[in-house]
Design a protein around this ligand. Structure first.
Ligand SMILES: [Zn+2]
Ligand SMILES: [Zn+2]
Length: 379
């Protein structure tokens, strides 16, 4: 099926500014949003997805430029093999104020991380942490064990700090209000002050017997080891969500979520661009002229590259399938090797003569006079 023009989809001119594109998208999102639209929800979702795809491409100056140059085909590789899906959408934040609390919006984006609208009432806070990984981990995926610092309400006393959560009594000083009123008479006026109860420190309750598990603090601090799954093709900046491993609220709202931000350590010889990897190799002049083989360092090993005779400097060789895996697909990108050619810096006199015969037959090169003077004196 032929794709609609993304500018038409958003109803903006090709010269529209970033702000115009954004407000057009926000206007349409309100209109086509499945929970608001009068259309069949399935149709509405398709429309919403279509405008979101157009916005994803046009909101980014880089992909907008590529789209302007080469049309839809030029931005296709930005998304997975099945085309645009919600995982590819990075601008959920641009709608958060409009739709953040909307159930459809939460269902679509709740698993993707990036904003707080997913939090229900009474839920514990989310925990965010950063996980550093070697770049090679993006090849195969990995399941590292990570330590999550925890500071949850004590389960034994339900966060009260009192044994079993029941060894607690209403403060006799303030009758549970946590406040004490003092009335002072000064001449004809009465001064009433309200202050924190000194006996219960404003809690209104007094612990009769502290919880033996948490020592009365009501908190359980420590670490939790959990295994997380980093998929093949994971990229820098990707955020993995582990539901229910955030801070426990201590109440019926349950736990928040854990968000793990991935940071990949770069490799000195590899530059990554999505699924493709770039590297360089230096060819001796003879190999470039006559052909041969060179061994190059790949992402996680070595490969032998056949060099055809007459290879020009800056020639790029593409090793298909030697790049990074495509996220959520079995296939891999390419390793692109740029061949530099190294010219010899020093030549012996006889090499020079031989090369002159080959490269400059019958001609007198510039500087040849000085060359012959040198030879007469030196030999
Ligand atoms: Zn009190
Ligand atoms: Zn406790």
């Amino acid at each position: 099926m032929a794709k609609h023009d993304f500018y038409d989809v958003l109803g903006v001119a090709r010269t529209a500014s970033a702000d115009e594109i954004k407000s057009a998208y926000r206007r349409l999102a309100r209109q086509y949003h499945p929970d608001v639209s009068k259309e069949d929800p399935k149709v509405a979702e398709e429309r919403f997805k279509e405008i979101s795809e157009a916005y994803e491409v046009l909101a980014n100056p880089d992909s907008r430029h590529r789209y302007d140059q080469g049309g839809a085909a030029a931005v296709e590789s930005q998304f997975g093999p099945g085309g645009f899906n919600w995982q590819n959408f990075t601008h959920a934040g641009d709608l958060e104020d409009l739709l953040g609390s909307n159930p459809f919006f939460q269902q679509v984006f709740g698993g993707l991380g990036g904003f707080g609208a997913r939090r229900g009432p009474g839920r514990g806070a989310d925990i965010e942490l950063t996980l550093r990984l070697p770049l090679t981990a993006a090849l195969t995926g990995t399941k590292p064990q990570i330590e999550v610092p925890r500071d949850d309400p004590c389960t034994a006393c339900r966060g009260t700090g009192a044994k079993d959560g029941t060894a607690i009594e209403v403060c006799s000083e303030c009758n549970g209000s946590g406040q004490v009123r003092r009335v002072q008479s000064r001449g004809y006026t009465q001064l009433i002050t309200v202050a924190e109860c000194p006996k219960c420190h404003g809690m209104g309750r007094r612990i009769r017997e502290p919880c033996p598990v948490c020592g009365g603090s009501g908190r359980q601090r420590g670490t939790e080891r959990i295994e997380i799954s980093v998929p093949p093709g994971a990229e820098d900046g990707m955020v993995l969500r582990v539901p229910g491993h955030g801070v426990h609220s201590g109440g019926p709202g349950g736990s928040g979520d854990l968000y793990v931000h991935l940071v990949f350590d770069p490799l000195p010889h590899i530059r990554r661009d999505g699924e493709d990897a770039y590297t360089e190799t230096t060819l001796p002049l003879g190999t470039a002229l006559l052909g041969g083989e060179v061994t190059i360092a790949t992402i996680d090993g070595h490969a032998v590259l056949k060099i055809p005779a007459g290879t020009q400097p800056e020639t790029q060789f593409r090793l298909r399938g030697s790049g990074f895996p495509r996220y959520r697909s079995g296939s891999r990108g390419d390793l692109i090797v740029t061949a530099r050619v190294e010219l010899p810096r020093h030549l012996s006199v006889s090499d020079r003569e031989a090369l002159r015969e080959i490269l400059l037959p019958g001609g007198r090169p510039v500087g040849a006079r000085r060359e012959s003077l040198f030879r007469r004196r030196g030999t």
